[in-house]
Ligand binder design. Sequence first.
Ligand code: C2E
Ligand code: CA
Ligand code: CA
Ligand code: CA
Length: 279
Amino acid sequence: AKEKGRNNYQFFDVRMNEHAQSQLSMANKLRIALNRNVIHPHYQLKVDIRTGKPIGLEALARWNDENGKPVSPAKFIPIAEEHGLIARVGSSILQQVCVQIRMWQDMNFEFGSVAFNLSAQQFRDPNLLSDIREAIEDNKIDPKHLEVEVTENTMMDDVEDAIQILSNLKDMGLKISIDDFGTGYSSLSYLKRFPVDTLKIDRSFINELTLDSDDAAIVSAIVSMAQKLGVSIVAEGVENIEQSQYLKEIGCYHVQGYLYAKPCAGGELPLVWEHVIRE
Ligand code: C2E
Ligand code: CA
Ligand code: CA
Ligand code: CA
């Protein structure tokens, strides 16, 4: 039995090692990708289901590996965080978003605002505010076109500090969204204290919205609470008409999801914007 235990342990050890190796190799590839500037934002529409009109965009990082195969940000963003590369990913995305906003402003294309994601490390980065200010000034864009998305857990790490950072971002003219709302452990009483414009209801609640009465109850409760607090709501991951109809019935009008549009390159976006489906 002892022998077997040791073998198991060794097996486990080898597997751990392989995992660590592949993480390291992805981190190295990511570093090369950053040097070559091949990480780009794609943009996904947020839509008002009453009118079928887009109301804004979310920028999502995209990276194709050396074989041209897309690597999911759900994989490379955590690795960027663990290997000290997230600040470079973040500033590259922000730069490109601001250049894109400048181009769209010049074309008189009205895109509303572009939200970009801030992971916990980016949010706490002392250079965050000056980096954003610089990107805004360099490209001469109106800060009302920019929005940050931060998860509840990021803010709960240090509430007082988070309130300060969010207030500074708001003072600069940016809008604030809480991302993946409902999955974290923030208490509702904090919502009152965070200077927040929008809650984004996490996709996991929308998935089975029309099949699972618990999810439906949670989503309805979030929507009515947000209405009372005067905060807007966006439902993430809307994939079918049933979900969008249900959301409309409970007064959640702003949605994002494959039903309306998948993320696409900035160059294609104005066309996608014009052709979003109407019910
Ligand atoms: P997120 O911020 O929650 O972004 C929404 C994710 O849901 C995106 O995945 C989007 O493509 C996907 N999505 C949108 N509509 C649907 C739908 O109808 N069905 C399904 N199944 N998925 C939908 P993506 O682009 O793979 O990004 C995954 C996560 O990676 C993001 O989740 C965000 O946490 C992170 N991420 C992406 N770009 C950045 C970035 O520039 N910076 C940081 N810090 N994180 C990023
Ligand atoms: Ca997001
Ligand atoms: Ca989200
Ligand atoms: Ca998410």
